[in-house]
Write a protein that binds this ligand. Structure first.
Ligand SMILES: C[S@@+](CC[C@H](N)C(=O)[O-])C[C@H]1O[C@@H](n2cnc3c(N)ncnc32)[C@H](O)[C@@H]1O
Length: 267
């Protein structure tokens, strides 16, 4: 059994998991041979994935720090990933210790690590849930315990929607989640794109077809649509290193990053 009461035999070590491949890109050790092999093939085809994954993670950190500093007291982080310190609650609670964070991921491997590294702190919870079923997330008892929908919420969909296929209606999923949030809430979203690496992507897609979720990159225009009805904060939806950077970013380094990210507010 995992910390979350999930049977260990449900953890599939025969196929690469996107969460464990991402852990490999970030230099983590919570991955298996099957993940390392697939992830290294992606790195060989697309070396830019390593700086891009780091840039995505740093975007998450800056967005959380900004929102915690703006007075948001509760976060719903869907597609949490394998814990990689600092995690959302560590950043948010370093700004304001009473901030509450609900983490959700559909990968049991994340659940195996969540107990010690995500829910060990007060005011945080983790549960296995699937973003493709927003109602089951919104109605979950852990959400009921941690999140007050009468107060602004930060909803985080960071590097998760590119694992949702077009036919699974990502725009409809995000709309349902946006609609549940009260005024003053924020959406933090990042998404992989092939806009800067069109040539190398077809082989990368093939590697992910063998994984537990496929990779569905999208162009900027489509990703902007996920913020419908919310006001994108400056600088808008940009390659993640360009979202409120703390240090100057070189054009050469930014050019390598195939993730867009943005933060938007519900008026
Ligand atoms: C690339 S990681 C991103 C982790 C973290 N949000 C970040 O950006 O650093 C994507 C995560 O989304 C999770 N995921 C993929 N499909 C999902 C789904 N349908 N529902 C919930 N989580 C999902 C994966 O298991 C993985 O942990």
């Amino acid at each position: 059994m995992t910390d979350q009461g999930f049977p260990l035999e449900e953890i599939d070590t025969s196929r690469p998991h996107p969460a464990r491949m991402y852990d490999y890109y970030l230099g983590g050790r919570d991955n298996y041979e099957v993940d390392r092999e697939a992830a290294q093939r992606v790195v060989d085809l697309l070396p830019d994935i390593i700086p891009a994954a780091r840039a995505n993670r740093n975007f998450l950190h800056r967005a959380v720090r900004f929102l915690a500093g703006s007075g948001i007291e509760q976060f719903i982080d869907i597609g949490t990933g394998i814990p990689t310190s600092p995690n959302t609650h560590e950043i948010a609670q370093s700004v304001s210790p009473d901030i509450r964070v609900a983490y959700i991921d559909n990968d049991p491997i994340v659940a195996t690590h969540a107990g010690a590294r995500l829910t060990g702190a007060g005011n945080t919870g983790f549960f296995l849930g699937d973003v493709r079923d927003p109602a089951s997330i919104l109605d979950h008892p852990t959400i009921g315990k941690l999140i007050d929908f009468g107060q602004p919420v930060a909803l985080m969909l960071v590097a998760v929607l590119h694992f949702i296929k077009d036919e699974e209606n990502p725009a409809g999923i995000v709309a349902e989640l946006r609609d549940a949030l009260p005024a003053g809430s924020h959406l933090v979203l990042s998404h992989a794109t092939a806009d800067f690496h069109a040539d190398s992507m077809s082989e990368v897609f093939k590697i992910y077809t063998k994984a537990t979720a496929t990779l569905n990159t999208r162009p900027r225009d489509e990703i902007v649509g996920y913020f419908d009805g919310f006001d994108l904060l400056e600088p808008g939806l940009v390659q993640v290193p360009l979202w409120r950077p703390e240090q100057p970013q070189s054009a050469k380094d930014v050019a390598r990053v195939g993730f867009y990210g943005g933060v938007a507010r519900k008026g």
